[in-house]
Design a binder for this molecule. Sequence first.
Ligand SMILES: *Cc1c(COP(=O)(O)O)cnc(C)c1O
Length: 374
Amino acid sequence: MLNVNANSFDRMWDECGPDCLDAVSRVGSSGWYILGAEVADFEEKLAKSCNCFATVGCASGLDAIEIALRTNEIQPGDKVLTTPLSAFATVLAVLRTGAIPVFCDVDANGLLDSTAAANAFAHYPDIKAIIPVHLYGQLADMNAFSNLAKTHGVILIEDAAQAIGATRGEIRVGELSHAACLSFYPTKNLGALGDAGAVILSDATQVETAKSLRNYGQTEKYGHDILGLNSRLDEVHAATLKSAFLPRLNGWLARRREIAQLYLEGITNPAVTLMPGPDRRGSGWHLFPVLVAAHHREDFMDHLAAKGVQGGLHYPVLMSDQKALTDLGTPLISGSLRMAQSIAEQEVSLPIHPYLTPEEIEHVVAAVNAWDGQ
Ligand SMILES: *Cc1c(COP(=O)(O)O)cnc(C)c1O
């Protein structure tokens, strides 16, 4: 039987392995392993690829969000508005900054709803920052959030961990915000051989602060003006990202978009609702989400598993319901989280990665269409 997995690191390695080994050998023989020429060069090439002012590499997507918040002077006790439907890292970064998350609902695409966000300012006028998450690779409505942030004079930070290279209409990641955060966790659209991340920034002062924050808050040798992290991007990761992975990003994104289009055209099962999102051509298609009735989801997952198709759930538990958060007290919620809750109960992610073969894509479509929806 054909097994279609959510990721295929062995095929990725078959293609990229030799370039990775060259990069590792280059770093090894250079004798410089932390914050050297590879990091600087990767940051520059990443900025070019993202068409942005600058990027600062760091150790993970989680750290990228904390560094972005602190670079923009979000302080302990400040309120930060975000979505309840995301990887837990989004809210964990807010909490690690000492800030207080405020949740409001998402739209039918699973993206932070700009009307709900605007209403949240009526309940919590002291919100200091907004973090929309570009869930599944689709950009949130950055025009609306940029206007909202300007209206209230607050910081706007994009969680773009799932959306490197994505656009929505004319808008690209990092264009309308104070900072955008990238993750290079291996499953992400640009994955490293381990943990890594970066922040997209739009001015030189921010870049200096973010570079200091990632390196103990050091501003000059032996001088520490702020309490920073150890969130340095390793030379080995920078080198492999730069030489082996970043040059392939656009090709991978194009392939993800082709596969998404084949799924959107091929899946015709009336019991399965497609989520083409606000911009199917611009999306990074990090995931391919579909919706099925909540009480049939387990059956759908069993059906996929029986056909050898690895499904995923993104995300079955809202961040506002996670024990780590509720243990701190009742989370701040503006309005109802009805849409987020309903997506959390109904969503299933189908395999989408650039190394899927035409046979595997057909197999996934056939498996989904063969489900009787009971
Ligand atoms: C992966 C992810 C993160 C965290 O990135 P790490 O590199 O794993 O720390 C944050 N937000 C979202 C939406 C993610 O998908």
